[in-house]
Design a protein around this ligand. Structure first.
Ligand code: NAP
Ligand code: F7E
Length: 329
């Protein structure tokens, strides 16, 4: 059975990809960085089936040692500083993790075993101030944040190692993808968590930034499947993964609040704190190439995505309330 190394296994995508690879009977090695308190919330249900190994994208030797010890056939590089606002306040750290970290891993592969297949988690944020609509694999990049700039570097170094050293290296240009496991600071989960708390009487307001930004939002497990498919092809190539639909933040709000019979305008406060120094106004992807060559299609619609996230957050907060009631009884 093949062995796969996932960096960023504790993140949203890493957890779904690990589940998928375990279903395919891979040996899954998950790289985690050392922290004083471990947070395996997203992988606790599969933790016993994964080999957890300590390593860090900032530390080249740790990457070389992991490849030598576990000898994976596939490496999925999902680790990154992935929150766009933090990239404005910590631009150098973002460059180290999200840009140079890719070179460290590619170089480790080149040194230890150049036959390893490599997936790089590229992003629609590379399109930034978009040059064409919809965006395809051929659309020029114009990043609008230190995060986007770092991802452009990660994308091109992946292409460069493929062309220079013949490494089977693919860059998946993934548009926004969400789930109940999405970090709480990202706008979709911030909204659905806020809706659940307001519905259950735990909050009275939700503070947000730019409601006009448009995104192409898909469902994270669908996107994990696309990553795996890219590494199963005869030739390494880059692919856009997207739903082909765009919605603004206001539409997401309307859908989430109305699903629980609330009017978002009574609860949402626009707050300058959540605006960015430069914004990405419109993203919409054309995933025709992935459809034709990988047979990939999204399985969840926008409305289904919003509702499943609201349902999950309501269930979470109801459980928490029951636990609190049981403790105080
Ligand atoms: P996420 O939930 O923020 O997870 C990021 C992961 O990276 C976490 O496991 C984190 O570990 C790990 N990490 C961060 N810095 C590290 C370091 N120096 N060394 C080792 N591990 C480190 O992100 P995600 O949403 O799953 O996204 C996965 C990847 O896809 C990221 O590269 C992201 O930039 C990219 N991407 C995401 C989307 C999207 O819509 N989700 C779209 C396009 C591209 P800790 O648990 O220790 O923090
Ligand atoms: O913002 C607006 C905000 O933080 C979406 C990452 O996974 O996807 C993600 O990046 C939009 C932006 O995601 C709030 O201004 C309004 O226009 O959920 P987000 P993102 O920046 O698109 C890409 C593809 C990645 O690769 C990234 O790693 O929503 N917005 N009000 C807000 N955003 C946040 N976070 N919080 C607000 O209060």
């Amino acid at each position: 059975m093949p062995t796969a190394l996932i960096t960023g296994v504790t993140g949203q995508d890493g957890s779904y990809l690990a589940e998928l690879l375990l279903q395919q009977e891979y040996t899954v090695v998950g790289m985690v960085r050392r922290t004083s308190t471990i947070n395996f919330d997203r992988i606790k249900h599969i933790q016993s089936q994964i080999e957890i190994v300590q390593g860090d994208l900032l530390d080249q030797i740790s990457l070389i040692n992991i490849l030598q010890e576990y000898q994976p056939q596939e490496v999925y590089n999902l680790a990154a500083q992935s929150f766009v606002p933090t990239s404005f306040t910590q631009p150098v750290l973002t460059g180290e993790f999200t840009a140079l970290g890719v070179t460290r891993m590619l170089d480790a592969i080149r040194i230890v075993d150049p036959s390893i297949r490599f997936y790089q988690a590229s992003s629609s944020e590379m399109f930034g101030k978009v040059r064409e609509v919809p965006q395809t694999e051929r659309t020029p990049f114009y990043p609008r944040s230190p995060y986007g700039v770092a991802k452009v570097y990660g994308h091109w170094i992946t292409v460069n190692y493929r062309e220079s050293y013949g490494i089977f290296a693919c860059s998946g240009i993934l548009f926004n993808h969400e789930s109940p496991r999405r970090g709480l600071e990202f706008v979709t989960h911030k909204i659905t968590n806020g809706v659940a708390r307001i519905k259950l009487g735990l909050s009275q307001e939700l503070r947000l930034g730019n409601l006009d930004a448009r995104r192409d939002w898909g469902y994270a497990p669908d996107y994990a499947r696309a990553m795996w498919l890219m590494l199963q092809q005869d030739r390494p190539e880059d692919y856009v993964i997207a739903t082909g639909e765009t919605h603004n933040v206001r539409e997401f709000l309307e859908e989430a609040f109305s699903y629980v019979d609330l009017d978002w305008q009574e609860f949402v406060i626009q707050d300058d704190h959540f605006y960015r120094p430069a914004e990405v106004d419109l993203l919409i992807g054309d995933a025709s190439k992935a459809g034709q060559q990988l047979g990939w299609e999204p399985t969840i619609t926008f409305v289904e995505l919003v509702r499943l996230m609201v349902d999950a957050d309501i269930e979470y907060w109801e459980r928490r309330l029951k636990q609190a009631a049981a403790i105080s009884a």
